[in-house]
Design a protein around this ligand. Structure first.
Ligand code: GRF
Length: 212
């Protein structure tokens, strides 16, 4: 059983999509062992408590990032976490945190990276006038919204869209993309070539060969 640790700061809808995917067997052989928030008032923490999951609030206020992150890493280790999933976690991770979980921290971002990194990605896309945007699940490295891309889903920008409408359309796809990406990563059936995520097809190829 692979143990997931979720980090969030707010609403927690991606966390709930992951939890539902585990409950429904779309992500197999995994459990959420801890949900951590840097904000006590995060709705996602209340939702995690309601679901009977272990939760921890590790405040950032008035503390150095490295100190806060060391506490988070200790908490993740305490809970035997193998894969960390950032789900609307609004803090940059320290290099020490990233180094503690090499290629084992995922994030979801509401644009097709490398377009529109950072805050308000949906609004950035609207203002830029793109016809297609979407969401990206990627490994976390030391740079903001930058690591190896695991998967992306495209979303059209429609006439008359405002930020709320576009964000809602992207969010629907986020809830599909994140569980799918977690499932792929947990399978271990991939290789990272340079900065590309490459699915290993040898298994499928064998099955196809056997069928012939
Ligand atoms: C999502 O749009 C996600 O892509 C971004 O932060 C938002 C979090 O939403 N990183 P929620 O808390 O999961 O509902």
């Amino acid at each position: 059983m692979k143990r997931l640790g979720i980090l969030l700061s707010g609403r927690g809808s991606n966390f709930l999509a992951i939890a539902d995917a585990i409950d429904r067997g779309r992500i197999t052989n995994a459990e959420i062992s801890i949900v951590i928030s840097n904000r006590a008032e995060a709705a996602g923490i209340a939702a995690a408590n309601t679901r009977g999951l272990a939760t921890r609030v590790i405040e950032a206020r008035g503390r150095k990032r490295a100190e806060q992150d060391a506490e988070i890493v200790a908490c993740l280790r305490e809970h035997g976490v193998a894969l960390v999933c950032l789900a609307g976690y609004m803090r940059l991770l320290s290099p020490e945190f990233v180094a503690a979980y090499p290629q084992a921290i995922l994030n979801i971002h509401p644009s097709l990276l490398p377009a529109f990194p950072g805050l308000d990605a949906q609004l950035q896309a609207l203002r830029y006038g793109v016809a297609i945007t979407g969401c990206t699940v990627h490994f976390v490295d030391e740079q903001l919204d930058h690591g190896v891309i695991v998967l992306q889903r495209a979303v059209p920008v429609l006439e008359g869209d405002d930020e709320a409408a576009l964000s809602a359309r992207i969010l629907e796809q986020e809830h599909v993309a994140y569980p799918e990406a977690i499932s792929r990563v947990l399978s271990g059936n991939y290789t990272i070539v340079d900065r590309r995520y490459v699915a290993n097809t040898s298994h499928n190829a064998t099955l196809i060969e056997e069928a012939q």
